[in-house]
Structure formats: C-alpha cells, structure tokens
Ligand binder design. Structure first.
Ligand code: ATP
Ligand code: MG
Length: 283
C-alpha cells in the first residue's frame, strides 16, 4: 500500500514541494511529462497535477494528500483538512488599484474588480458590506484596468513588481497565503499512519530550518550570564576548554531571535561565536 500525494506539476510550488520531500529523505525522480512517480525509499506515490485541481482530487480520495497554496484551498472550498503550513510559496491576495488613485474600502462600491479568486473576494466584500461587481478572469489579471476591463483587481502579490509595471499599486491585503499540506478527511488507519510519519519528518525539517546550532567560548566568570541567554533544546552543553578559566558553550537558537541573542552574548563576553545550520531536528 502506498500513500498518494498530489503536488503541482509545474509552476511556483513544484520545485519547493519536491525539495521538501527530498529533505524528508524521500527521493522522487522529477515529474517531467509524467503524471506520477513512485518514491524509492518510502511507500509514496506522487501525482503531478495543476494546482487548481489538487483540492478536488484530495476531496475525492484520488490523492490521499496534497501540497497546495492556502489561496487555492480557500477558493475551491473543498472538503479537505489542512494539516500543516509548509513555509514556502508565501504570497498575499491583495486588492490593487491604479497608482494615481487614493484608496478607501468604501470607494470599491459600484466598481468592477477583476480576479481569479471570486469566492475569497466575495467573502471579503460581504464581510465589509461592499457591493462591487466581480469580473472573473483566469490569468493576467493585472492588465484588466489598463484595457478598461475593470477599475481594480484582486490578485496574488509577492514583491509587487508585476503590479508596478502595470501601473498599479497594492491597496489592501485580503489573505496571507503559503503552501500547506492537505489531506482527505476519511483516510483509513494505515494511510493515516503513513501520513503522520511524513508529517513528523516535515516538522523536523521545518524546525531545523528555523533553528541554528551555536558554539562559543566564554570566560568562566561570565558562564552563568551567557548560559541564561541560551535556552537550548534542554539546556546548553558546557565543556571546559584546554585553556583554564574558559569554557565552550553549545546550544540551539531560534532564527528569529538570532541577531538579538548574538548581540547580548557578545556584550556578556562571549568570543569565537560559530553558528551552523541544522539539517534535521527531532524534539
Ligand atoms: P497551475 O498550472 O498549476 O494551475 P498556476 O499558474 O495556477 O499553476 P503558479 O503561478 O505556479 O500557479 O502559482 C502557484 C501558487 O504559488 C499560487 O497559487 C500561490 O499559492 C503561490 N504563489 C507564491 N507567490 C506567488 C505570486 N507572486 N504570484 C502567484 N502565485 C504565487
Ligand atoms: Mg493554477
């Protein structure tokens, strides 16, 4: 028996999805023009599909699980369970208007908005009691205002450069999105166990990415102060140096607190600070 997982065939999520599986120790030969591929060292079959179709296939149990953007999950409204945010494919669904205009929500009343996300946009408009006309188009939404098709657009943005080159500006974000692992709601026990196994690996990879291994030298009289700055997984490792009066301290720190902690460590007298990436982290 194999777990069937659907990932994007080509596009922005394809490479990162394959990389994540690889980092989980699962090797899959690249999709190419193939529809599916089998992992060599994990009971997994990977289906390569258009991202729009993934929620439907997972709902129908054609695939047991899938990797897809939250934006697609919420737009398609399929009966699937979101298991985990995966940290890549980050973008936002935003309303954009012509650069020269001044934005206010109320001004959207009576306007025409072009989007590929009519469901999410309609929910946003309803919630804000705005009545606007939604014009659904499937691609190149950003050209709609320029050709007189719409007054505003609602589209995915990451850097904003596409908007800029089309004379538009981002006015309001209505959804923050990233890729997620979704699953069919009624998997049998065996499939669920396999999926839990995969999820455990994904979490270890994610955790490792968010953490760094840190080594430093500390004068013994400052040891207490320095150790207190470093939580570690349990607590830091302290080893004596060959030179008396000095110790080597090893620990794990969160990427987000990284620069703050480094500054405090230096101020407390730490020397020879080394920071190294962690490949996997099992807690
Ligand atoms: P498919 O052929 O599979 O339907 P697509 O053209 O619909 O592909 P892509 O442009 O490859 O989709 O984007 C896939 C996903 O990547 C989006 O649904 C979104 O979750 C994410 N994404 C991240 N950044 C951006 C961005 N700047 N623009 C569009 N999508 C982005
Ligand atoms: Mg698509």
């Amino acid at each position: 028996m194999k777990l069937k997982i659907a990932i994007q065939k080509s596009g922005r999520l394809h490479e990162d999805s394959l990389r994540l599986l690889k980092e989980c120790g699962i090797d899959i030969s690249n999709g190419g023009n193939k529809l599916k591929s089998t992992a060599a060292n994990f009971p997994l079959e990977v289906y390569f599909l258009r991202d729009d179709d993934i929620p439907q296939y997972v709902e129908d149990a054609v695939a047991d699980a899938g990797i897809v953007g939250e934006n697609v999950v919420y737009e398609k409204k399929k009966e699937v369970e979101v298991m985990e945010q995966l940290g890549f494919g980050k973008c936002r669904l935003s309303i954009a208007i012509e650069k020269s205009e001044i934005y206010s929500k109320e001004k959207l009343n009576g306007k025409k908005i072009a989007t590929s996300y009519p469901v999410i946009l309609q929910e946003y408009l309803d919630k804000n009691k705005i009545t606007a006309e939604i014009h659904e188009i499937s691609g190149s939404v950003e050209i709609a205002p320029g050709i007189g098709l719409a007054d505003a657009i609602c589209d995915l943005v990451s850097s904003g450069s596409t908007l800029f080159t089309n004379g538009l500006k981002e006015a309001e974000t209505i959804l923050e999105s990233q890729s997620v692992l979704i699953r069919n709601r009624c998997l049998d026990k065996e499939k669920l166990q396999l999926l839990e196994k995969l999820l455990f690996r994904i979490r270890s990879v994610k955790k490792a990415k968010n953490n760094k291994y840190i080594l430093l030298n500390a004068p013994n009289e400052k040891l207490k102060e320095i150790v207190d700055l470093l939580p570690g997984m349990k607590s830091p490792t302290v080893l004596p140096l060959a030179e008396s009066g000095w110790s080597s301290v090893h620990s794990v720190i969160d990427e987000n607190d990284f620069w703050d902690i480094i500054e405090q460590l230096k101020a407390a007298g730490a020397q020879g600070i080394l920071v190294v990436p962690i490949e996997k982290m099992i807690v």
